[in-house]
Design a protein around this ligand. Structure first.
Ligand SMILES: *Cc1c(COP(=O)(O)O)cnc(C)c1O
Length: 388
């Protein structure tokens, strides 16, 4: 009997410990973990530098209130701003908090310049921005919002890739467009660079803000620090979370000077957000994953993985429909439901996770080794050959 609520459909497996790309189950089996807590453990399990950081910081200071200065947070915010478009950072604890706070920043900006009616957020239908009340209604997904009414107002939706419907949905009350540069839960759908550039132009023309949700695709997961960087545009507001502290809960909103001006003292807060323990771990992660050398290595692993997966697609065209994604945010889209496929991968000791549109999502640690990718490929090949 489990006393945990039944809001998850959990696999019947538990783990005793992890090391790098591998997890060791309580029943003594070794699994190649290409879920990594859903793109959270950027450096795999029990990375020595992260273990050292958390051990040292835990002896000094875990938590103080945001009523005081927090040097670890100052340091992390500086790193994030120096690496990116951002001028200011506001720390949270999770992705949903970061996306909601981003919406607050956008609305507050227009309020502060005397346009309080400009408060609607335009999102992709069936996107994913987290599970809080506002975030589920931002997603425009029937499945996620069912039974959780009344509807949180203030969100409009357009269909992914439908530029006409996007333009039509912008009204004088639109404050911002919020999209994921690479949709994670939504099936590893990549917004092409030229679309991101058009999106930026459109926001400039309409004088509205661009919020790019990099909670999943950010922090070097795409092979660039941010997935939108490749398109050479700037965002106004960017929520981040998952990979930032390699497994320790943290979230953040990155923003430019213009919009940050609305966030005056008392407008937003968080008890835990940006505490010394979380920030010190994130500082160590940042030092590792944001270097050019590290990013080049992510690109190299990605290129290798994609080229081999594309060969598997050619070998099994009736099973694999498409290979999607960028960096180490990878989707194998199948022709049919992926449940059985994922189960078979797991029986063969490879852990993956589903995404929308029959996609098997593959999220190795960013420091994955080529021989671990080879092992995964061997298992995927085997399962393809058995399933067809
Ligand atoms: C996971 C995710 C969120 C929500 O993050 P939580 O930490 O689960 O609240 C928001 N946006 C995107 C794009 C995500 O992938």
């Amino acid at each position: 009997m489990s006393y945990l609520a039944k809001n998850y459909n959990r696999k019947k497996i538990a783990f005793k410990y992890g090391k790098g790309s591998f997890l060791f189950s309580t029943d003594g089996k070794k699994y190649l973990d290409f879920v990594q807590g859903i793109a959270v453990n950027s450096l795999g399990h029990a990375h020595p530098k992260l273990v050292k950081t958390i051990r040292n910081q835990s002896k000094k200071l875990w938590h103080v209130s945001n009523a005081f200065q927090i040097p670890e947070g100052e340091k992390l915010a500086k790193k994030l701003c120096q690496k990116t478009f951002a001028d200011y950072v506001m720390f949270q604890n999770s992705g949903a908090e970061a996306t909601e706070a981003s919406i607050k920043v956008a609305r507050r900006y227009f309020y502060s310049i005397g346009k309080p009616k400009k408060n609607r957020i335009l999102c992709v239908r069936n996107s994913f921005h987290g599970r809080t009340l506002a975030a589920i209604f931002a997603s425009g997904s029937k499945k996620m919002t069912e039974g959780f009414g009344p509807k949180v107002p203030g969100f409009d939706h357009f269909d992914f890739g439908n530029h006409k419907s996007l333009k039509k949905k912008i009204t004088k009350n639109t404050a911002a467009i919020m999209v994921e540069p690479i949709m994670g839960e939504g099936g590893i759908r990549v917004i092409p660079d030229f679309c991101l550039r058009e999106l930026r132009k459109l926001c400039n023309k309409k004088k509205i803000l661009l919020i790019l949700d990099e909670v999943q695709c950010g922090i070097s997961r795409s092979g660039d620090f941010f997935a939108f960087e490749k398109s050479k545009i700037f965002a106004d507001i960017v929520p981040i979370a998952k990979g930032l502290a390699g497994g320790f809960p943290i979230g953040a909103v990155l923003m430019n000077k213009k919009v940050a001006a609305g966030m005056t003292p008392g407008t937003h807060g968080s008890t835990f957000g940006g505490n010394p323990l979380a920030c010190s771990v994130a500082n160590t992660v940042m030092d590792i994953v944001s270097s050019k050398k590290f990013l080049n290595n992510v690109k190299k692993s990605s290129k290798y993985f994609f080229s081999k997966l594309k060969k598997l697609k050619e070998k099994y065209p009736s099973t694999i429909k498409e290979i999607r994604g960028r960096g180490l945010l990878i989707g194998i889209q199948l022709h049919t439901d992926q449940t059985k496929f994922i189960k078979k991968l797991m029986d063969n000791k490879l852990l993956t996770i589903r995404a929308a549109e029959n996609v098997v999502r593959i999220l190795p640690p960013l420091n994955v080794k080529i021989k671990e990718i080879d092992l995964a490929l061997k298992i995927i090949d085997k399962v393809c050959s058995e399933i067809k």
